[in-house]
Design a protein around this ligand. Sequence first.
Ligand SMILES: [Zn+2]
Ligand SMILES: [Zn+2]
Length: 833
Amino acid sequence: MQSAEESDLDPNKDDLPLRANTNHMLVRHYVLDLTIHFESKTIGGSIVLFLEPGKGKSMETPDSAPSGESTSPSPLCEQPKQEPQLHLQPQAGASQTEVTVETCDHKHVEGTEARSWQEGASDEFTLVLDCCDLSVSKVEEVDVASVPGMRALLDDCEQPPQAGCLSFTLVERLLALSSSCWKEQHDLYLQCSTAPCPQGAAALSFHTDRWSLQLRKRGVGSPSGFPRALRIWYETKPKGASVRWTDTQDGRCCVYTMGSPINNRALFPCQEPPVAMSTWQATVVAPGEYTVLLSGENQVVPVQKESGLSRWAYYVTMPMPASTFTLAVGQWHEAQAKSGTGVPVLTESSNSTPGVSTSGCSSVEKPCHGSNQEFQGAADGPAQSMCSHVDYPCRFTLTEAWREAIIPHRVFSPTCLLPQVEAVVVPHLPACLAAAHAVLGVHPFSHLDVLIVPSGFSSLGMASPHIVFLSQSVLMGPAHLCGARLCHEIAHAWFGLVIGARDWTEEWISEGFATFLEDVLWAKVQQLSLHEEEDQLHLRALLRWRRLHDELQNAEQELQILRPHKESTGVVSESGASTVKHGLNPEKPFMQVHYLKGYFLLKFLASFTGHEHFLAFLRLFVSLYHGRLVLSQDFLRMLLDHFPDVKRRGLTLEGIYADWLDAPGIPKWLTEESAAWLQSPLVTEVQQEVTKWIHFSRGHGKGTKRKRGDPCLKVNFKEMGPEQTVLLLEMLLEEEKMSAGVLQTLERTYDLRTQDAEVKHRWCELVVKHKYSAAYKDVEDFLIDNQAMGVYLYGELMLQEDGRQQALARRCFSRAQEHMDPAALAVVSEMIL
Ligand SMILES: [Zn+2]
Ligand SMILES: [Zn+2]
C-alpha cells in the first residue's frame, strides 16, 4: 500500500519525517495503560488504538478552509453523522479474505506461526505509525465483541451485522457516539482495552525502523478490512528522546515528556501529523510517593494499590493532536496560596471587553461582519460561538464556562523552590487567567496545572492541554518575567492548542500569537493605564526588534522563513505522510525567529485595524476556528475579509506572504516602525541613563586614579523597571571599555544580583566582555541556575580566549551536564571541546 511517493520520502537530516498514513487510517482514540519504572528508566505497558479507515487525500488539501464569511466546517472538521448509523458492510473494496479472519466465532482461524516481514508486503495493507526508540513486543487485535456493553450499541439495528463485520460495526458505532454520551463511550473504550484478542487469532506482524512502526494483518489488503481496535505491548527506552529521566531540584528522580522535536513518538506509537486528532484515556502506575501529572481534563485522585504503587487515571474528551499529550512524574508538592499575597484580579467592570452573555441559548449565530464598530463583543458568550469542529463536549457552548474567569488551577514544585513559587507564581496565576479570559473569552480547558520543571528543561515554558511547564529561571527577582511567561503559556491554550497549526512548519501561528498576547495580557494583569500600556508595549517591541535583528545577522537564510513550504504548506503525500522542514535542525531550538517575526506580523496587522479592533477580531477568529487546525491563510483571509478597509489600503494576502512569511530578512515596515519605538518615553529614559553611564565610565577611566566610591562620582541614576534595565545593559554592552569600578557601581546601583534572569543574563555578558573577574561567581551561578538561557554565554566565554573564562565555562559544564537538555548539551559541548 505504500505509495512510491512515500517510499521515496528521504528527508535530509534536518527534516523531521511524519510517517503515519493518516489518509488510509486514522487513530480516533488511545487507551494507554503504563507503568513507570524508575530503576530501569523505562515506561512499559500497552496502548490500545481505536481506528477509522481514512477518507483519502481530500482531507488534507489546504485550500478548502472557510473564509471569514463561511460557517461551513472544513472537510477535516466534518461533524460526524449524528447518531451511529448502521453499516452492514465494510467499505467497498474490502476483499473476501479480510472478513474470514475477523471474529472469534469464525471457524477458520489464522495460524500463529511467525513469518517474515517481507511476506505479503506487496498485497497487504500496512498501517504506519510514528514511532522511535520503542521496544515493541506484540501487536494484537482486540475482541471488542466480547465486551458485554458493546452489544447494546446495536440495539437500534433492525438487522444484526454479519458475523464478519461485527467488530467493524461495533467500533464504528462506538466512535460515532455523540458527545452527550462521552461517559458511556469512555467506559466502553476502557472495557474494550482490557478485552482479550479474538479467539485463535494470530498476532499481527510488525516491523520497526528508525521513525515508524509498521503493522500488517495477514491477508488484509486495504484499510477497510484492517482491525479497528489494536493493542500494542511495548516499552520505552531510557534514552528515548520523547521522555527525559532526570532529577528534580530536590535531587529526586523524575521523568517528563520533552515535546519538540520528536514529540511523543518515543513514548507511545502514534500518528504524529496534526490532522490525526484524537482523544485519549491514560492510566499510569507509579510509586506511591510520586505525583503523576498528565494532560487530562479530570483532576485525579490516585488510587493506592497494596503494593505501594498508586494508579492515576486521566482522560480528555476534546480531540487533539497526539503531540500535545504530556506526562510528568516526580515527587512534587502542591504550592499553597498565602493569604494576602494575591495580585488583584481584574473585575468585569475594570476590563474593556463587554460582560458575559447570560443568555442560555446555545444556538449557532452568524458573526457580525462588515463595519468595524459592530463586532465588539461578537464572541463574548456561547450564543455567539460557532462550533464547526468535530463533535465533542465543548466549553464554548456552556454559559457557566463563559462566566468562569479563573479556572481551577494548581501549582506543583520541588520542595526547595516552594518559597519562590508561593511568592511569585501562586499570587499571579489567578490574575493571568482572569486577564486571558477578559481578552480572549472562555477558557478552552477546564483547569490548569503548572509544574516547575527540573533545571535542565530547555526553555522558559511549555504549554500542553491542562498543563504548563515553567522553568525555574522565571522564579528569581521581581515578578515581571514570571508573570509575562505565565501569560504567554496561558495564551497557548487558545493559540497552539485549541487552535493548532495544520502544518508544523508554521510554528509562528502558535508562537507569534502567544508572544503578541503575552504583552497584552501582562499589561492587563498590571492594570496599566492606556498610556502606560502603550509605553510598555513599545519598550517590549524594541527589545524584541533588537533580538530579531541580532538573530537574523547570524542565522541561515533558510531558517529565517516562517512558511518554508510556501504554497505547498499543509500538503501531504497520498498516504498522509509529510516532513517538517528543519524540524530536526540542531540550531532551531535556540532560535526565536518564529516567535519574533510572527509577533511583529501581528503588530503590523494591528497597526491597520487598531489595537482594540484587532483583539476583538482575535476573539471572533477563536469563536470560529476553535477545535480545528489552521494554516496562515485561514487567519489572514478572514482578517482581510473582515476589514475591507484594510484591503482597500492595499494589504493583500500575496503581499503578506511575500514580505513576512515566505522571505528571509526583515520586512521594511519593521525597520521603519522600530525608529518610532526608539522615541517612546520608557526607551528615551533608558537612553538618558545610558548617556550618563557612558559619561561616567569614560570619566572614570581617565586621568588620576580615583578611588572607588569617591563621592564626587555620585551621579543620580534613575530607578528603572526590569525591562528598562535589560535595555540599558544591552546598550552598555556596545561600549568598548568599562572598568571594574564602573561595573561594580553598575551592579550596586541596580542591585543586579537580585534581578530577574533576563537582567542577570545581560549582566553576565558585560562581566564576560570586560573580564570583570570579581563577578565571575555571578556568571557561574547563572549558568548553573538558568540552563535554558545560558547556551550562548558558554560561547562568549570560550570566544574571549581567556584562560580563566574558559576554565569557568568548563567547570560549569561539568557541573551541569548530567542534567542538561540533550540539545543544549550537544551545542555546548561542541563549543567547549
Ligand atoms: Zn466548540
Ligand atoms: Zn510559546
